[in-house]
Design a protein around this ligand. Structure first.
Ligand code: C2E
Ligand code: CA
Ligand code: CA
Ligand code: CA
Length: 279
């Protein structure tokens, strides 16, 4: 029963392959890793579709293991999600983004909003709201530069509580996106109630947007839907110019993908933002 998709993936990966660790061991390694500050955040720019200019960043966690090197989130988030460790991980990410934003502000750079991925088990907990409230209390400028992303599937696990928390976050200035939209099952009636500011179209549709008529039609329909509900739309996984052109035609507001920028270290993204501002 415990062999969730996280564990399965893990056995097929290089990480710790030789020692075939069980779930408990990975968990305790990760727990230790969080304590020893082995997690790092990379940042991927999100650009405006009409101009290609950077408008926000998404924080993406990696585990920089002293022996195994950089481990991608898909190899440890699913395991953390099976336990309460995910709450600690999310908390670490939120604190780290706040620390980084404060640092950028100190260095005099114009801040850029950063979105933070919040896991399913966290989104309906009042403690999430408290974390944000406490962090922005002493730094009122900060709230407008923090956003949360919650997957459509996570939202639908406990939509009423999740909506409540998102609304309360909105009230303190933290806006929200529905991530991986189109891959889950949200009824249209609910979409309105969820009251999020942004829809992020799942990458699986963007992949086929110029080659597959179904993906093309779905992406187009999602963008039209968002426009009619006064929501902004981000397309993720944009990898070429043709996709950019088509998404622009459909009226998509923002784009994220390797065609524009890959996720990068905080130093690299800082340089990029500085260069960006001076042009
Ligand atoms: P996601 O939230 O859907 O994040 C987008 C993923 O797509 C990232 O992978 C990003 O590097 C990748 N991506 C962006 N542009 C392109 C592109 O043009 N082509 C392709 N092929 N991929 C692209 P990453 O960083 O490996 O993250 C994977 C997932 O791990 C995330 O999916 C998210 O669900 C989870 N995750 C990442 N960071 C965090 C975090 O801090 N907290 C939590 N709870 N989950 C996280
Ligand atoms: Ca995301
Ligand atoms: Ca996504
Ligand atoms: Ca995803």
């Amino acid at each position: 029963k415990n062999a969730g998709k996280g564990c399965y993936r893990f056995w097929n990966d290089d990480f710790l392959k030789e020692s075939t660790p069980d779930r408990m061991m990975i968990e305790s390694l990760l727990r230790e890793g969080i304590r020893q500050n082995q997690l790092v955040l990379h940042y991927q720019p999100i650009v405006e579709a009409s101009t290609g200019k950077i408008r926000s960043l998404e924080a993406l966690v990696r585990w920089n293991h002293p022996v195994k090197g950089m481990i991608p989130p898909d190899d440890f988030i699913p395991i953390a999600e099976e336990t309460s460790l995910i709450l600690q991980l999310d908390e670490w990410v939120i604190h780290e983004v706040v620390r980084q934003q404060s640092e950028w502000k100190r260095q005099g750079i114009n801040l850029c909003p950063v979105s933070i991925n919040i896991s399913a088990s966290h989104i309906s907990l009042p403690s999430l709201l408290h974390t944000f409230e406490t962090l922005v209390k002493g730094k009122p400028y900060l709230a407008n530069f923090l956003q949360v992303e919650v997957t459509e599937t996570a939202m639908m696990m406990d939509p009423d509580n999740a909506t409540l928390i998102l609304n309360q976050l909105f009230n303190i200035g933290v806006s929200s996106s529905i991530d991986d939209f189109g891959s889950g099952y949200t009824s249209l009636g609910y979409l309105k109630k969820l009251n999020a500011d942004v829809l992020k179209i799942d990458r699986s549709f963007i992949d086929g947007i110029t080659t597959d008529s179904f993906d093309h039609d779905v992406a187009k329909a999602i963008i039209a839907l968002a426009v009619s509900m006064s929501m902004k739309v981000v397309a993720e996984g944009v990898e070429n110019k043709e996709q950019w052109k088509m998404l622009k035609e459909f009226g998509c507001d923002y784009l994220q993908g390797y065609y524009f920028h890959r996720p990068m270290s905080s130093d690299k993204v800082y340089e990029l933002l500085e260069r960006h501002e001076s042009v």
